[in-house]
Design a protein around this ligand. Structure first.
Ligand code: ADP
Ligand code: MG
Length: 638
């Protein structure tokens, strides 16, 4: 059987996708409805079953209290971090939330943490991939924005685990986009990645040296994207309708939603046409129709797209670069399909941007490239060494409230570094270790990641203790910290649980009760795997029948095999994986002698100087007769 496939996932604010490496090139896996994009929307249907993607988006209109979107904005964040988001988005936070607690969002009558909601999206992508392969998918690479901090990364990993995916690596989105274009093969250069999606704008400047991407600057606007364009067009349409038809529909959610749908269609049409018609059926048999030309559209959206210029300039300034020094420009995000946006990017960076790949797919495609590298790769990727860097410096607080950096930003990961510290007062038995993330000088200006104490240091004069503090960042950018007083051997260690992170126990229990569907999911996966195995044994038996060995069986043996074969075919159509496995086992037993005879006849034919082909025996049958051992199905939770 084939090795476990590792998929690449773009878990986006607006849309999510899953991709894999097909031969030498990455491809996106479509959902059941044939569409490559799964809207990042989760809703509960009337039976309280989760619905994801386009179906959830439809429910969002009818019953907004039963749907959640843009959950990525809340990943790994605490109550005090999200005040700004709450002004823009109708998130319904649980009422009993305590400061410092992991957020919980209302969905129907229940509440869920952001990783649980994201896990539902991931589970849908996983299912799409499993349907596509006809086999279980348990391993993934997931992308995250380059500026995501430890807590946000950790939350993304947790979401993967809750969805039953082992997250082998988190990759920065701009790095993934660059990989999709194969820019790593250039070895050296500066890459600007301009990402204008549904509701966020990110600009990242990467330095590529010896095939390693280093994020040298990031900037952006967390509330800028295609949604702004949609909202502008909706306002214009509503004004028109109010003026011409003298009806005010601002409070009619359903009509506003119909207008939203129409303006998005018009916007998309204008990316490839010179003009389009905006057409909406209104209540009372009225009809709104307006022709929009691309020139008009471009004029309207100019102020919106101009808001990307400031962040780009700032990123260049932070990177200490002039536009002429940019070697490659990569476009990411559905909104970069707009020709006017492309023109603006070209003007800013003095370069023609790469546009060969779909901008809303390119991150997932890059994730698939990375997944393939981690999975052992193919010829195309086996010589590629791929590393990422940590986006922010990590350190501890030292005397005077000062930040002492231990691992500097842009260090390639995995990374580790050690620094030595000592005690401040005579006889000091405990030292407080305060782990920080950020570039600022003072601890209070950096993000506090964790605190722990190293206790029980034997009495010594101030300055005598020798405390070794070790930082280790794994390949996902996740940190663990240990401290050891060397004279006494006292140690303390923590895997940094970010302030708003979930504990392992919480994740475990979420895995178990993620809509109580884990059990059912497991069964389905087992059934898929058992069916595949059944397919293998049935086709091996088919070959066996055509081989000379078949003639050597007694008629009883042949009858028994035929009966068991029929039984397996029948049970294979059902969902009961245990029954399928049982049928495989008995058929395997009944065909043991056939397999042996096939081996013998293959060997004796070879001895007679005939080739296997001539005798109608494929070489693979030597090793993979009907009784060849099949690998057991993997359990979902390792
Ligand atoms: P995100 O990364 O935020 O999840 P995407 O990269 O999928 O989102 O971008 C989604 C946005 O792209 C939406 O606002 C959508 O309307 C817009 N979009 C998609 N296709 C086009 C197009 N052809 N022309 C203009 N905008 C588009
Ligand atoms: Mg995106």
């Amino acid at each position: 059987m084939t090795a476990d496939r590792i998929v690449g996932i773009d878990l986006g604010t607006t849309n999510s996708l899953v991709a894999f490496m097909q031969g030498e090139s990455p491809v996106v896996i479509p959902g059941e409805d044939g569409s490559n994009l799964v809207p990042s929307v989760v809703a509960l249907d009337e039976n309280n079953q989760p619905v994801i993607g386009n179906a959830a988006r439809n429910l969002l209109i009818a019953s907004p209290e039963r749907a959640v979107y843009s959950i990525k904005r809340l990943m790994g964040r605490g109550l005090e971090d999200v005040q700004e988001e709450l002004k823009f988005f109708p998130f319904r936070l649980a009422e009993d939330l305590q400061p410092g607690e992991v957020l919980r969002i209302g969905l129907g009558e229940k509440t869920f943490t952001p990783p649980e909601i994201s896990a539902l999206i991931l589970r849908q992508l996983k299912r799409n991939a499993e349907r596509f392969f006809g086999a279980p998918v348990t391993k993934a690479v997931i992308t995250v924005p380059a500026y995501f901090n430890d807590a946000q990364r950790q939350a993304t990993k947790d979401a993967g685990r809750i969805a039953g995916l082992e997250v082998l690596r988190l990759v920065n989105e701009p790095t993934a986009a660059s990989l999709a274009y194969g820019l790593d093969k250039k070895q050296n250069g500066i890459v600007a990645v301009y990402d204008l999606g549904g509701g966020t704008f990110d600009i990242s400047i990467l330095r590529l040296h010896d095939g390693i991407f280093e994020v040298i600057a990031t900037n952006g606007d967390t509330h800028l994207g295609g949604d702004d364009i949609d909202n502008l067009l909706i306002t214009i349409a509503l004004d028109d309708i109010q003026g011409d038809l003298e009806i005010d529909l601002r409070r009619n959610a359903e009509v506003v939603q119909a207008i939203r749908k129409a303006v998005i269609e018009a916007k998309i049409a204008l990316s490839s046409q010179a003009s389009t018609k905006l057409s909406v059926e209104l209540p009372g048999g009225k009809h709104y129709l307006r022709e929009i030309t691309r020139a008009q559209f471009e004029q309207l959206i100019q102020p919106i797209i101009d808001r990307t210029v400031g962040p780009c300039k700032q990123a260049l300034k932070d990177a200490g670069l002039k536009p002429e020094q940019i070697d490659e420009v990569v476009l990411v995000g559905g909104s970069t399909r707009i020709p006017k946006v492309r023109a603006l990017v070209k003007e800013m960076f003095h370069r023609e941007p790469h546009t060969d790949l779909n901008p809303d797919e390119v991150v997932a495609l890059g994730a698939a490239v990375q997944a393939n590298i981690l999975g052992g790769g193919s010829e195309a990727t086996e010589n590629m060494l791929l590393l990422d860097v940590t986006p922010l410096s990590l350190g501890i607080e030292v005397a005077g409230g000062v930040t002492d950096k231990i691992i500097l930003r842009n260090s390639t990961i995995p990374a580790s570094a050690t620094q030595f510290y000592t005690t401040q007062v005579d006889g000091q038995a405990n030292v407080a270790i305060h782990v920080l993330q950020g570039e600022r000088e003072l601890a209070k200006d950096c993000r506090s990641l964790a605190r722990f104490d190293l206790k029980g240091i034997p009495p010594m004069a101030a300055g005598m203790a020798r405390i070794e503090v070790k930082f280790l960042i794994d390949a996902n950018g996740i940190l663990s910290v240990s401290a050891r007083e060397q004279r006494s051997g006292k140690e303390a260690e923590i895997q940094v649980q970010p302030s708003y992170g979930l504990t392992d126990e919480q994740v475990e229990s979420m895995i178990l009760d993620s809509f109580d569907s884990a059990e059912e999911d497991f069964r389905k996966r087992q059934a898929i795997e058992a069916r595949n195995e059944a397919g293998t044994i049935l086709s091996a038996l088919e070959k066996g029948r055509r081989s000379p060995a078949w003639g050597a069986l007694t008629s009883d043996e042949k009858k028994k095999i035929a009966k068991l074969e029929k039984a397996l075919i029948a049970v294979k159509a059902e969902e009961d994986y245990q029954a399928i496995r049982k049928a495989i086992d008995v058929l395997n037993q009944a065909t043991t002698r056939l397999a042996e005879l096939m081996m013998d006849s293959a060997v004796s034919i070879a001895l007679k100087g005939k080739t296997m082909d001539e005798a109608g025996v494929a070489a693979e049958e030597l090793g993979e007769g009907p009784t060849a051992p099949h690998p057991m199905a993997k359990a979902e939770f390792e």
